[in-house]
Structures are given as C-alpha cells and as structure tokens.
Write a protein that binds this ligand. Structure first.
Ligand code: DX5
Ligand code: ZN
Length: 217
C-alpha cells in the first residue's frame, strides 16, 4: 500500500490545529509541507515557524519539500524545525551530492525533486545516495493543478533505474493526484502519494485518504 502524504498547502491556515488533528486520526503516513520562496517558484507559502508548530501537533513524519533557491543555507534550520525528510530541487542544486550528504549528516532523510521537464536519468550517478525522489507531476508553485500525464513514464523509468541499481530509494509523486489516477501511479511504481486539493476539498478527508491508500490493492 502506498504512503499517503497530505499537503499542508491546501489546509485551512486559520485552523491548522483542527486539520492536523484530522490527519493524525487518518491513515495518512506523512505530512507534506511545501516551502516556497517566491524565487524558485512564483509563489510564497510558509516557512520555519509554521513547520515547527506543525511538528508539535502532528503524529506523522514531516516531509518537507523545499521550492527555494540556495536550499543548503537552511538545512540546519529545517532539521531544528523537525523535518524528517528534506527534499531539494535538482534544478536549485549546483552541488547536489554535497547537499545530500549534508542533509543526512544532520540526521534527516535526503530527497531530490524533479520539475516536469527534468529527466530522471540525471540522477543515475547519485541514486544510491538518495532516500527519496519526488517527481513533480505539475509545475511547482500551486496546489489544485491538473496532473501532467507524461509523469507516469518518468515514474516507470525511475522504478527501473532503482531496481537495476539495487537501491532502496522511494518514489514520491506530487501534483494533481486524485483517487482516480492513484491506482495507475502505484502500478507504475510510486511509493508515496502527495495529495493536497484531493484531500482538503473533500467533504470527508479521512475517507478520501483511506481511498487513496486502497490504490495499491
Ligand atoms: C506544488 C506542491 C504540491 C501541492 C500539491 O508546488 O509541491 O505539494 O501542494 O497540491 P495538489 O495535490 O492540490 O496538486
Ligand atoms: Zn510538494
């Protein structure tokens, strides 16, 4: 069964405590947190104080997706805020291998995110150093966008690369995930499904998370 990672970006920021308690009571495995700086992406979301507060309230693993330039400047701060997984964009990382080592040295799991145009093959020589690859299935910056179908082929190719390398790297898909497309994503090799709009626009988010969880069956 896939790990479900609801995205805090679509939560009600006036009622984060209520929304996080709802997630605690659900079958969600992780809490996905999107940090945006208005430079790497054309949007600004939230940062360290919100993450630290979410960490206190949440019983789930904190899965932090950095959509920021120069992410390496803030690794220590994100570790202190309570990140369990810290994911940087390949497109924002000149020295990716160094960044991966730095994240792990701080006790976190290291993730790499790829924009829709970035080929998975670029990760070939660092795959065994990566705990998680995040495939962006929309252009990063906003919740509630439409899934880009080409992402399925990237996921399948990445699954093959991971198998061939004998690596334990997890595959996460982020953007436009729905109850309808989740089974195809899991069949293509996804381990972690991020879902923002699908979960938080639902009249019964706990049931929607359960349905996403069933995608592997
Ligand atoms: C987009 C973010 C996503 C976003 C997904 O830049 O990385 O995590 O919250 O939202 P949905 O599931 O609504 O596409
Ligand atoms: Zn994200």
């Amino acid at each position: 069964m896939p790990i479900i990672a609801p995205s805090l970006l679509s939560a009600d920021f006036l009622h984060l405590d209520r929304d996080i308690r709802m997630l605690n009571a659900s079958e969600a495995g992780w809490l996905h947190c999107d940090v945006m700086d208005g430079r790497f992406v054309p949007n600004i979301s939230f940062g360290l104080p919100i993450l630290a507060a979410a960490k206190k309230a949440s019983t789930k693993l904190l899965d932090v997706h950095l959509m920021i330039v120069e992410p390496e400047k803030y690794f220590e701060a994100f570790a202190k805020a309570g990140a369990d997984y810290l994911t940087v964009h390949l497109e924002a990382s000149t020295h990716l291998h160094r960044s991966l080592q730095a994240i792990k040295a701080l006790g976190m799991k290291a993730g790499v995110a790829l924009n829709p145009h970035t080929p998975v093959q670029l990760l070939e020589n660092v795959l065994s150093d990566i705990d998680l690859v995040l495939i962006m299935s929309v252009n990063p910056g906003f919740g509630g966008q439409k899934f880009i179908p080409q992402s399925l082929k990237k996921i399948a190719a990445l699954r093959q690369m991971i198998q061939a390398a004998g690596a334990a790297t997890l595959i996460e898909v982020d953007g436009g995930v729905t109850v309808e497309n989740a089974p195809a994503l899991v069949a293509a090799g996804v381990d972690v499904l991020v879902a923002g709009n699908t979960v938080f626009s639902s009249s019964d988010p706990v049931e929607t998370i359960r349905q996403l969880n069933q995608a592997g069956k």
